[in-house]
Design a protein around this ligand. Structure first.
Ligand code: ADP
Ligand code: ASP
Ligand code: MG
Length: 455
């Protein structure tokens, strides 16, 4: 059971979480719990790090002080011992002071600082569980989630994680103790703290679930499940009752914030169903993500969008009819470790989309040796996902008719035929999603979408 930031944002949310976990124990199930940092704490820690790195020592320490007070208040409200918090924050402040003196924020130090969010929340919740009769026990996630050393986007080592879980987590679970671990954080084999990337607690939840061969992996969040689109953009978005692994993976990859993009991988490997559930509305059945999706009358299940992308246009007239052209271009992206999301080509030009990143000027410089290059930022990819896109003709016509008032820069349909995506200006995203939602969900299949309960 993984609980996100809003599910542990304050004492009241932690009480709700405690009640949900207690409910499982009464059913003779043995949960293992993974928690995020309390809502907004990760952002605050990153801000403290950046502030310290600019040499603004007192401002950075003030952020830390506010976080200490917030955590202490929660511990007091829950009636658990929070005496250890001062010591943890003293250690954090030491790092911030050093950072302010040195003025250089490395990814390694960044991970060290940001890891406090999950380290603290998980200890508080473990104490709350212990006090409320759930036999709570804290396990430092860094002893189990072994990763490589790519800070801020570390890659987990599945085999080692399984081994560590068997040693440090399963014995507790077997003894009916409720293990609580922080999500998002890990460590290298040498014990250096790493993190799995923003939103990475979902991924931890899935890694732990797969590592212990759980019956199910539950992602508890602040919405009723995976919806037909982000309910913050379309408040009438519907809950999707069930969705395939493949569909969920595409949605997460193409920007649906409800799941970290890597969450599905460990579940697929072990064929463990993933459930997305609402900790504010625990009675709702949520979304079930499983190997096969039942057939659906509607071609599209959900619409996602990914912002902050850049289109790179490469025009190479002199390469007309030569081979090896694509390879030469991709080698350059590869050299700069830059992920390409979408590609479209004509005889002499290639357009690619990439996450806006610092390497772009260097990539452009390298590409300029081969061809004329332009790049345009502030673009967004909108993606429609559904297994039944495959069997429905006319879906593309409906899509482009619905957004005919918006300028489309690139179009693609993946070979899997379960997604259709296109590139537009970032400013047009909300309007495009609203128009598409109206077009594709005016007559939703009640076996797949929860037409009664609006978000
Ligand atoms: P947590 O802190 O629990 O991990 P997140 O904020 O990371 O929660 O993810 C939940 C949020 O994802 C929701 O509040 C919702 O606004 C957003 N979201 C985006 N796309 C979707 C979607 N298709 N279905 C449900 N929620 C979505
Ligand atoms: N706390 C981390 C973040 O905000 C990880 C997570 O919540 O999933 O990105
Ligand atoms: Mg999240």
């Amino acid at each position: 059971m993984k609980f996100g930031g809003t599910s542990v944002e304050d004492a009241a949310a932690m009480q709700r979480t405690t009640a949900i976990v207690a409910g499982r124990r009464t059913l003779e199930q043995q949960p293992i719990v993974v928690v995020s940092a309390m809502a907004k704490v990760t952002d605050q820690l990153l801000l403290a790090a950046a502030t310290a790195a600019r040499g603004e020592r007192e401002s950075a320490l003030a952020i830390s002080e506010r976080l200490l007070v917030r955590h202490q208040a929660v511990a007091i409200e829950l009636g658990v011992d929070g005496g250890w918090l001062a010591q943890e924050f003293a250690a954090l402040d030491e790092i911030l002071r050093g950072l302010a003196a040195v003025g250089e924020l490395t990814p390694r130090i960044n991970d060290m600082i940001v890891s406090y969010g999950e380290r603290l929340s998980s200890r508080i919740i473990a104490a709350a569980f212990a006090q409320q009769g759930l036999d709570g026990v804290h396990v430092d996630a860094r002893t189990c989630i072994i990763t490589d050393a790519q800070h801020m986007k570390a890659v987990p080592n599945d085999a080692r994680i399984e081994e560590q879980l068997r040693k440090f987590v399963l014995p507790h679970a077997d003894a009916r103790r409720t293990v609580v671990m922080g999500g998002f954080i890990g460590s290298t084999e040498q014990g250096v703290t790493t993190t799995l990337g923003r939103g990475g607690s979902d991924y931890t939840g899935a890694l732990v679930g797969a590592g212990v061969n759980a019956e199910a992996i539950e992602i508890w969040t602040d919405v009723n499940g995976i919806m037909t689109t982000d309910p913050r953009v379309v408040p009438t978005a519907l809950r999707v009752r069930s969705i395939s692994f493949e569909e969920a993976a595409e949605l997460a990859y193409f920007g649906a914030k409800v799941l970290h993009p890597a969450t599905i991988l460990p579940a697929v490997k072990k064929n463990i169903p993933v459930l997305v559930l609402n900790s504010r509305n625990a009675a709702n059945e949520g979304t079930r993500i499983q190997a096969l999706a039942p057939p659906c009358r509607n071609p599209v299940k959900s619409i996602a969008a990914k912002k902050r992308l850049t289109i790179v246009d490469v025009v190479a007239s002199r390469m007309l009819m030569t081979h090896g052209y694509m390879k030469a271009i991709f080698d350059i992206f590869d050299k700069h470790k830059c992920v390409v999301d979408m590609v479209s080509t004509s005889e002499v030009s290639v357009s690619l989309t990439v996450d806006s990143n610092e390497a772009l000027p260097a990539i452009t410089a390298d590409l300029s040796m081969l061809a004329d290059v332009k790049y345009e930022g502030r673009k967004a990819l909108v993606c429609l996902v559904g297994e039944d896109i495959r069997g429905h003709s006319g879906t593309a016509a409906r899509l482009f008719n619905a957004i005919k008032h918006i300028n489309v820069r690139m179009i693609s349909q993946g070979a899997s035929e379960i997604n259709m995506s296109f590139m537009i200006d970032e400013d047009d995203v909300e309007e495009a999603i609203r128009s598409l939602h109206a077009e594709f969900f005016s007559d939703p299949d009640p076996t797949i979408f929860d037409v009664e309960g609006l978000a």
